[in-house]
Design a binder for this molecule. Sequence first.
Ligand code: AKG
Ligand code: FE2
Length: 220
Amino acid sequence: MILPIANILTQDDVTLMVERLGAGRFQPGATTAGWHAKLVKDNEQLRGDDPAHADLRALVEGAVRRHPVAAMATRPKAFGPILFARASGGQHYGSHVDDALMGGLRTDVSFTLFLADPASYEGGELVMETAAGDVGFKLPAGAGLFYPSTTLHRVTPVTAGQRLVAAGWIRSFVRDAAERELLFDLDTARQAIFNRDGKNTEFDLLSKCLSNLIRKWAED
Ligand SMILES: O=C(O)CCC(=O)C(=O)O
Ligand SMILES: [Fe+2]
């Protein structure tokens, strides 16, 4: 499931992050890419040893974990690296698939949180290359795109202004994207029934199915 979600970050979070990133020290993005992604990665990212990095990382991880829809879609066990990337002057990131393992963790879900107002830059779409064709996303500041790490994707050249994002990886309790989607749908339907009719027999049965499917599929 490729899922855009609004307001992962509050406007205050976005303002704080943009301010801290504005004062940060950046390095060429290719330094942290895998050997084949390096060939097509042309952007800059906040250095891992920048004093802002740990605070911003905690802010992003906390926001994704707390967001009810993002948490339900990704079922995070742990977060891998979180990169803070900027691109301007034609910079782009060509087609690639993310590494399966990062920092000793399997990557199940990739995400980008958009930090710049989409009207402030041209290009810079995050394009998902699906069997049904290319689908481009350029989301409002604070919104996030969550997608299976199995997906080929690219970022189109930024031809004016500056694109600013946080990109991260999640090790999910549920490895398989189709299983995560099934749990997401079941949980969504269960909550809709609860909101409409309260805790009735149908809600209890759906809760039982959800809980027992998680027991079947979750890897700790
Ligand atoms: O900049 C983005 O939106 C995606 C970044 C990306 O694909 C990556 O760092 O692997
Ligand atoms: Fe990527």
